[in-house]
Design a protein around this ligand. Structure first.
Ligand code: LLP
Length: 405
């Protein structure tokens, strides 16, 4: 793409998130085509990047939304996702969230415990409605990913085991206020191996077969999210292999196939720009201090995640030496990259941190009273602001009126 990043950084300032909307479109259509010939619904996992314009872009292409709070449900609706394509998951839904989701008539609520099922039944009864539900099954499979983003083992807090799921379906099927329409699992994120997903699909399809045998007609088979992306040199899952594995496991079942990709859709659409403030050398250790920090991009600090970092403005041919790229926040864990090979850098040189479209801005905070970055979309060679930079006034708005003078 012929867009000059230096000009964009100049125009919008730094730190800055930029998302390539054409890339997102391409990802969506590639995955959708892999499911060609079957009933399918791709529910974008809003948590990965919940900017309204990003959701709206996917909604226009036909995507549904996977939400984990009523806030995300509202975002999806505001962005134009049809209510009948929205699902609501999460281990801890409040009564008011359940009520609103039912009132908005979304596709289904994904239940993660028996206790939650009873709450949903109670709220549906109060509303005099029947709640469409699915149950999140925990198939006890090791997804072989980072422990913080592994979710499909019994030691994780998510979902219910098979026997409990079966009991819940039987209860829901008898209830006047519950309608079990779906089944769901999600074993983890950044999965680069297909085998664990395949295994989970087989276990959960068997459950669907046994439910259909007792006249509980599951219509939606949701395999969750988790398709891994390339941050460095990972070899990850191909869309066609992914879809084929799901077809194979669900052979003969009349279901709509669903998945909830987040990172797959947006991670590599995003680049994060930051400027060099200073260089310093502590007893032979080189530090590049930049104007972005862990509050802007938390993944390196939280998961020790790798993001490729390159200099945009410095002389590309200059000799590189390793440096830690660090921010101004008051913590040693505040780094964007460790031992990053970089040329000599000057004040104001521009660096780009790659693959930052997923779980970048959405995990940003105001720690150290730092305003969150601006976000920009690039579409067909045209740039546009999709979230303005946060000001100090934005940050104190909810406190100022309570300040005792
Ligand atoms: N569905 C459910 C039920 C989920 O819990 C998640 C992610 C997804 C879908 C989307 O997963 P994806 O396709 O993006 O892998 N903050 C971490 C990732 C946490 C993922 C949580 N759940 C990170 O920065 O790596």
């Amino acid at each position: 793409m012929k867009i000059d990043m230096k000009t964009l950084a100049q125009k919008y300032g730094t730190p800055l998130y930029i998302y390539d909307f054409d890339y997102i479109e391409n990802r969506y259509t590639t995955l959708k085509e892999a499911f060609a010939g079957k009933k399918s619904l791709i529910n974008y996992a809003v948590k990965a990047n919940s900017n309204l314009s990003v959701i709206a872009h996917l909604a226009k292409l036909g995507a549904g939304a996977d939400c984990v709070s009523i806030g995300e449900v509202r975002r999806a609706l505001d962005a134009g996702v049809a209510n009948y394509k929205i699902i609501f998951s999460g281990v801890g839904k409040r009564d008011d969230e359940i009520r609103e989701a039912l009132e908005k008539d979304i596709l289904f609520l994904n239940l993660e415990s028996e206790a939650e099922m009873k709450r949903v039944e109670m709220v549906a009864k109060e509303l005099g409605e029947e709640a469409r539900i699915s149950v999140r099954v925990n198939p006890n499979i090791d997804p072989q990913t980072h422990p913080y983003i592994s979710t499909g083992l019994h030691e994780n807090k998510f979902g219910v085991e098979i026997d409990m799921a079966k009991r819940m379906y039987i209860y829901a099927n008898r209830s006047e206020f519950l309608n079990p329409v779906g089944i769901h699992f999600h074993i983890g994120s950044q999965l680069t191996k297909l085998e664990p997903i395949k295994e989970a699909c087989v276990i959960v399809s068997d459950l669907v077969r046994s439910l259909k045998a007792i006249k509980i007609d599951i219509k939606f088979f949701d395999v969750g999210g988790g398709i891994g992306v390339v941050y460095n040199d990972e070899v990850t899952i191909s869309e066609t292999d992914y879809a084929q594995a799901i077809f194979e496991a669900t052979k003969g079942l009349d279901v709509t196939l669903m998945c909830e990709p987040g990172r797959y859709m947006v991670a590599n659409a995003g680049a994060f720009f930051t400027r060099v403030l200073y260089e310093k050398n502590n007893d032979g250790k080189r530090f590049v201090i930049v104007d972005a920090a862990m509050n802007d991009l938390l993944r390196p600090s939280l998961y020790n995640a790798y993001h490729q970092i390159e200099a945009v403005t410095a002389d590309a041919n200059a000799d590189k030496t390793d440096a830690d790229v660090v921010g101004p926040v008051c913590e040693s864990g505040d780094f964007l990259g460790k031992d990053v090979p970089l040329p000599p850098l000057q004040h104001n040189d521009l660096l780009v941190v790659q693959s930052t479209g997923a779980y970048g801005f959405t995990m940003a905070s105001n720690y150290n009273t730092r305003g969150r970055s601006a976000e920009v979309a690039l579409e067909a060679g045209v740039d546009r602001l999709i979230r303005r930079r946060e000001t100090y006034e934005d940050q104190v708005r909810l406190e100022l009126e309570y300040l005792k003078k």
